[in-house]
Design a protein around this ligand. Structure first.
Ligand SMILES: C[S@@+](CC[C@H](N)C(=O)[O-])C[C@H]1O[C@@H](n2cnc3c(N)ncnc32)[C@H](O)[C@@H]1O
Length: 299
């Protein structure tokens, strides 16, 4: 549903300032002009980055994408569109309050006991098989969206509610990949727009950003398809948000650069100038080998 400011949610000077900034913002205007298109202003950042960086989502060989920190879903909508899923055909999630794992598609809900997916970790009965999903969808490939917050469904996107920093979430993502056409658990693109809530304490905020970036890189080590296996030097893409700080520059030099053909720091024009958010654009995954320790005997 499009956002509409009402008198009841306004009133304070700070709200007025926020609203005035919102209404001057060309990307907010763009989104409100066609609210059915994108759920968030962030969608324009991904569109801008994608078109400037080799159209990395549009390549024919892109078969699997993971979107971390996906809610409310603007980036996932962009990815679904690039992979050819139509924006229609959404069915609402079923009202099971215990569910942390949800998967939606245009398929009708299966009656209990007739499901044929092998992956149903929380025993929810609206899971459909990858084969059914593939047959009914208009798009190609597998898209997994992960967030602490529940997201309204998006056609073609499998949505997982969980804290990415908890190891069990990576296990659930792997299970979803395996059950949905990626038996090797590998993906072509990893997106991370995750950010912890700013505390105002720079040290704490930098440490949170670093922790997220390190966790995403660990995930990439296990799940990102290499440029060599894809057969393109720019294949195997990681796009990840971070908060500008020398600690994060060090992370880029020591952890990202050895593992990718190309690593750039990006500040899309659609990202607010006053925000310190920046993105690492990393292309061409070439996992570095760990350097042998002095005690290791080479044979
Ligand atoms: C800027 S928003 C993402 C906007 C999204 N890209 C879009 O286009 O709609 C950042 C998201 O990261 C999520 N997030 C932050 N830390 C997380 C974590 N540890 N695990 C999962 N999601 C997280 C937040 O809940 C929030 O929804």
């Amino acid at each position: 549903m499009p956002f509409r400011a009402t008198r009841t949610c306004l009133g304070k000077a700070s709200s007025n300032q926020w609203l005035s900034r919102q209404f001057r913002d060309p990307y907010v205007k763009k989104r409100l002009a066609d609210p059915a298109t994108y759920r968030s202003r962030s969608a324009f950042k991904l569109l801008e980055i994608e078109s400037s960086w080799d159209n990395f989502l549009t390549k024919k060989d892109v078969r699997a994408v993971v979107d971390l920190g996906a809610a409310p879903g603007g980036w996932s909508q962009v990815v679904a569109g690039k992979l050819g899923f139509r924006p229609d055909g959404i069915i609402p999630p079923r009202g099971d309050s215990k569910a942390r794992y949800e998967q939606w598609s245009t398929a009708p809900v299966q009656p209990s006991g007739t499901k044929n997916s092998s992956f149903d970790p929380l025993n929810i009965d609206d899971v459909i098989s990858a084969e059914q999903n593939q047959r009914r969808s208009q798009g190609r490939g597998t898209i997994i969206a992960v967030d602490l917050l529940r997201m309204e469904p998006i056609h073609g996107v499998h949505s997982l509610v969980g804290n990415f920093l908890e190891p069990e979430t990576s296990v659930l993502i792997r299970g979803l990949l395996e059950a949905n056409g990626c038996p090797d658990g590998k993906v072509d693109v990893i997106l991370s727009d995750m950010a912890a809530n700013a505390t105002g304490n720079e040290d704490a905020d930098v440490q949170s950003s670093l922790r997220i970036c390190e966790a995403v890189l660990e995930f990439a080590k296990k799940h990102l398809r290499s440029a060599q296996s894809i057969g393109r030097t720019k294949g195997g893409v990681l796009l990840m948000k971070y908060f500008a700080h020398p600690e994060l520059d060090k992370f880029r030099r020591e952890k990202l650069q050895p593992n990718f053909q190309l690593v750039k720091n990006l500040k899309p024009t659609s990202s607010r100038a006053e925000s310190s958010e920046t993105y690492f654009m990393c292309q061409g995954w070439k996992p570095s080998r760990p350097t042998p320790s002095k005690n290791t005997t080479l044979v």
